[in-house]
Design a protein around this ligand. Structure first.
Ligand SMILES: *Cc1c(COP(=O)(O)O)cnc(C)c1O
Length: 375
């Protein structure tokens, strides 16, 4: 029986292998193993792609989030205990970064239609202590709209983006500073290049984008022991630098961002056209297709675990993003014990991620859809 792998990273990277070997070899030969030309080029590329003035390469996505929040504390724009609006159904890193920065995450329910934070549910969650929205473009779909833009303006909030899953997505609503790509919409954005992301490194890597010079400078200093120049430490910082070997890999792959997004969008279109099983809820396709880069293609099924088993029995590997939302994780269950988040719980109980990596072909997607329809 044909096997449909969920994700095979060696296959995903195979088309880039020659270029990656050459790029990594250049780092090896250069003798420069911290910072250097590959990092500088990575930051220039990220800045150009997104039309945002400042990009700082960092160690990973969680550190990117933490550096943004620590920076805003240093700049006096955030203070311990300030509240940050966050989607309740995000990957735990978003919530963890906020808590580790001494801030208070306020989880807000997603919309069952977009599976992203429900902008209409944000205003009731605002209090006099709310200082920021940390939006998450979950599964690759833009989580920003006119309602969110107006709220940020009206209440003078900071807008941060967790763009770990949506590099390359384009918002239909203009960002606060005139840009449209995710990661360019607000005051600062965190990127992750964890190997499974749409653009994945061969290890950990991340980036911070911001239109504000003082934010970029502070993030860069904090990520390098709080040092503004050699052996001169103005902050008690961290070591969150980007590895130049990873920068070299990413410089190869970032050139193909457009193709990678288009390939995922084409697979999503095949699933959307061919899945007709009435038990299955398909993800909504946005009016503008570029608003979604399909990091995951997530369906909802009533008897999820049974459905997954049946898919597996037919050779279709699937995954779950995420079975346990942050408010139910052991580390935060006490903190969030009083929260009632039925939409988040419902998604967690019913979601199934179908194969959508670049190693999946449109033919595979059609066959997977046929298997789904037969169940
Ligand atoms: C992957 C991910 C992160 C964390 O990125 P790392 O590079 O693994 O630290 C943060 N937020 C979201 C939404 C993610 O998917």
């Amino acid at each position: 029986m044909k096997q449909f792998e969920f994700l095979n990273l060696a296959k995903v990277n195979a088309p880039y292998m020659d270029d990656i070997r050459r790029a990594v070899d250049n780092v090896v030969i250069s003798g420069r193993y911290i910072g250097g030309e590959e990092n500088a080029r990575f930051e220039r590329t990220m800045s150009e792609i997104h039309g945002v003035e400042y990009a700082v390469g960092v160690s990973n996505g969680l550190d990117a989030l933490r550096l943004i929040l620590e920076t805003y504390k240093i700049l006096g724009r955030l203070n311990p205990g300030d509240e940050v609006i966050v989607p309740a159904n995000t990957y735990i890193a978003t919530v963890m970064a906020i808590i580790q920065a001494g801030l208070t995450p306020v989880p807000v329910e997603p919309s069952l239609h977009t599976l992203n934070i429900d902008s209409a549910a944000i205003e009731p969650a605002l209090t006099p202590r709310t200082r920021a929205i940390m939006t998450v473009h979950l599964y690759g779909r833009v989580a920003y709209d006119d309602t969110m833009r107006e709220l940020v303006r009206k209440h003078n909030l900071l807008l941060f983006e967790d763009n770990a899953q949506a590099i390359g997505a384009v918002s239909s609503t203009e960002g606060l500073y005139g840009n449209c790509m995710t990661g360019a919409l607000g005051d600062a954005a965190a990127f992750s290049f964890y190997p499974t992301k749409n653009i994945g490194a061969m290890g950990d890597a991340g980036a911070v984008l911001t239109p504000h010079a003082e934010v970029a400078e502070t993030v860069r200093a904090l990520a390098n022991y709080g040092s503004d120049r050699r052996y001169h430490n103005i902050y008690s910082g961290f070591n969150c630098r980007l590895d130049p070997v990873q920068a070299a890999v990413l410089n190869v792959k970032l050139k193909h961002l457009g193709e990678e997004s288009a390939r995922r969008q084409a697979l999503a279109a095949v699933y959307d056209r061919h899945i007709t099983n009435p038990k299955v809820t398909k993800p909504a396709i946005p009016a503008s297709p570029s608003e979604h880069v399909w990091h995951q293609y997530v369906i909802l099924a009533p008897d999820r675990d049974r459905f997954r088993k049946d898919l597996a029995a037919n050779g279709v590997q699937t995954d779950i993003h995420y079975a346990t939302p942050p408010h139910r994780q052991p580390c935060y269950a006490t903190r969030f014990a009083s929260l009632h988040l039925p939409v988040t719980d419902r998604i967690a109980d019913h979601c199934i991620s179908l194969p959508i990596s670049p190693a999946t072909t449109p033919q595979d997607a059609e066959e997977i859809a046929a298997i789904i329809n037969s169940l």
